[in-house]
Design a protein around this ligand. Structure first.
Ligand SMILES: NC(=O)c1ccc[n+]([C@@H]2O[C@H](COP(=O)([O-])OP(=O)(O)OC[C@H]3O[C@@H](n4cnc5c(N)ncnc54)[C@H](OP(=O)(O)O)[C@@H]3O)[C@@H](O)[C@H]2O)c1
Length: 239
């Protein structure tokens, strides 16, 4: 993506930047400079990652708060504008997942997943789109899942949230026709991140965070002649 500046430095906003995929995308993109604003609730992790980005020569800031809290999102967006001067890439990535048979899932898990995975994505897109549309340039990337495109046992609520944001992005793409603002999803299968901490899973058969980071870079770096819709990534090691 060319943002029109001579050094092509992009202002990149990442929700869920304190861990896993969000952290990996920040570190991957930092190889080429750029400036960053990371969000999450874990202040210590956000500070550590921003320090790493700064040591790589990047400008990096963070905001602490729940991705579904509108007041916090408003405050953070004001900081994005004042510290970075705007935004070119919005990576709406924060998410949680609870898995189990539908009758065993709880209303608390329903609320947390829909608030984080759907309301959180809606809020950040809703509030950054006017900026992107005014400058008529920008890239939105939403972390969906392979479960945003298919279904599976023990995934009902999580898959419902990811189908919801998949539909949100596909509708948005229709609305963005005729502009230079693009929107895409990444749709990974299982990725080896702290998401699985404490769970009895075989991490050797999962995607690496770097796989997702490279896919996100591919979307960000695409030429003006393309408009990537989604990238579905499944683990390479199947046996
Ligand atoms: N790992 C997988 O197998 C996999 C596969 C497909 C899709 N995904 C998706 O990838 C995204 C990132 O997950 P990950 O695997 O990187 O997991 P992770 O390491 O647990 O990271 C989740 C991130 O989301 C943030 N977050 C969660 N709830 C939040 C809230 N209420 N408010 C603000 N931030 C919140 C966390 O920040 P704090 O803890 O600092 O709040 C953290 O930065 C999620 O959307 C997930 O659905 C993951």
């Amino acid at each position: 993506m060319n943002n029109g500046t001579s050094n092509n430095s992009l202002r990149i906003l990442i929700t869920g930047g304190s861990s896993g995929i969000g952290e990996a995308v920040a570190l991957e993109m930092a190889k080429n400079g750029h400036s960053f604003y990371l969000t999450g609730r874990n202040k210590n992790r956000l500070k550590t990652i921003c320090d790493s980005l700064t040591s790589l020569g990047c400008e990096a800031y963070f905001g602490v708060g729940d991705v579904s809290d509108e007041n916090k999102v408003n405050q953070m967006l004001e900081e994005v504008k004042s510290k970075l001067g705007g935004v070119d890439v919005v990576f709406a990535n924060a998410g949680v997942g609870y898995f189990g048979n539908l009758e065993d899932l709880t209303i608390e898990q329903y609320d947390e997943q829909f608030n984080t995975n759907v309301r959180g994505v809606f809020l950040w897109l809703n509030k950054t789109l006017p900026l992107l549309k005014t400058q008529n340039k920008g890239q939105i990337i939403v972390t969906s899942s392979n479960l945003g495109l298919k279904t599976g046992a023990r995934c009902s609520l999580y898959a419902a949230t990811k189908h919801a944001i998949q539909a949100m992005v596909w509708c948005l793409r229709e609305e963005l026709k005729g502009t230079n603002v693009k929107a895409a999803t990444i749709n990974p299968g299982s990725v080896d991140t702290p998401w699985f901490n404490g769970k009895d899973v075989d991490r050797s058969r999962m995607l690496a965070v770097e796989d997702i980071a490279k896919a996100v870079r591919f979307i960000i770096d695409q030429d003006e002649t393309s408009n990537i819709d989604h990238i579905l990534l499944m683990p390479g090691k199947t046996s």
